[in-house]
Design a protein around this ligand. Structure first.
Ligand code: NJP
Length: 241
């Protein structure tokens, strides 16, 4: 209940909801994203000093390190890192939206690796820790248009399972949270107007609430020391694939 948790991508959607669920349960939470106003507003929902924020760009290794260092300097340790920041500018490969491919790789893969790099020495020294990442149903299934997005989430499956195996001796747990559609602002990163409108409509009408996903994160964190929840895959009941 009094764990120290660092969350990236906490300015909206799943990261914001997770901050609220964990802080209400008593955790000390250090939140990062690029939009300062959103972070400040979220931190302001809680007693002073319980939720700290820092503007963070996960594509910048030093920026992620600074976020983790803030948690260490204010609270003395880091129990959980939740690598949640991500984007989903989906398109067919033949459209050659190469800048968007680069961006997804930078945020969804390299951002997660920078989080791992920022926290791993501390967790190894503590001989205790928990690294969580928002993966996706797209880490298991690809559709036309989702090749690169799914590719980033498949990559995270490999990285997180490698991390799990390497860090068993140091008592570091790993969890992938893999949702289907969730009603968040993720659609806003899609550049094609018709696709963006369709995804927004689907997520609003059929998607999980961000709180549903946050509850899965809390479940993984709340387990006894011996129990590692390595993945939670949750879909809206109506979602087929
Ligand atoms: O989306 P959204 P979600 N540096 O757009 C941040 C996965 N997922 O909550 O920087 C730092 O509301 C951005 O903050 P800001 C998805 O792949 C979702 O749905 O201020 N932060 C915001 O806080 C992703 O990994 C669905 O713009 C950066 C957050 O990321 C995770 O869920 C389904 C950043 C995005 O919040 C959270 O996304 C699924 C950067 N460079 C997986 N760039 C779904 N919604 O349906 C972005 O399977 N952020």
């Amino acid at each position: 209940k009094d764990k120290v948790v660092v969350i990236t991508g906490a300015s909206s959607g799943i990261g914001k909801a997770t901050t609220e669920v964990l802080a209400k349960a008593g955790a000390k939470v250090v939140i990062g994203a690029r939009r300062k106003d959103r972070l400040a507003e979220l931190a302001g929902e809680f007693p002073a000093g319980q939720v700290l924020y820092q503007v963070t760009d996960v594509t910048d290794r030093q920026s992620v390190q600074n976020l983790v260092d803030l948690a260490k300097s204010k609270f003395g340790r880091v129990d959980v890192l939740y690598n949640n920041a991500g984007l989903m500018p989906i398109s067919q490969l033949a459209e050659l939206k190469v800048a968007e491919w680069d961006r997804m790789i930078d945020v969804n893969i390299k951002g997660v690796l920078y989080g791992i790099a920022a926290v791993l020495p501390t967790m190894i020294q503590q001989k205790q820790g928990h690294i969580i990442t928002t993966d996706s149903v797209a880490g298991h299934i690809v559709h036309p248009g989702t090749a690169v997005y799914a590719g980033t989430k498949y990559a995270i499956q490999a990285i997180m399972d490698g991390l799990r195996q390497e860090q068993i001796a140091n008592h570091i747990k790993t969890t992938m949270i893999s949702p289907g559609a969730v009603d968040t602002e993720l659609y806003s990163t899609i550049s094609d107007d018709a696709t963006r409108a369709q995804v927004q409509k689907d997520e609003k009408e059929n998607g999980l609430s961000p709180i549903d996903v946050a509850n899965a994160v809390a479940y993984a964190i709340d387990q006894p020391d011996k129990v590692a929840i390595n993945e939670v895959l949750l879909r809206p009941r109506s979602q087929e694939r």
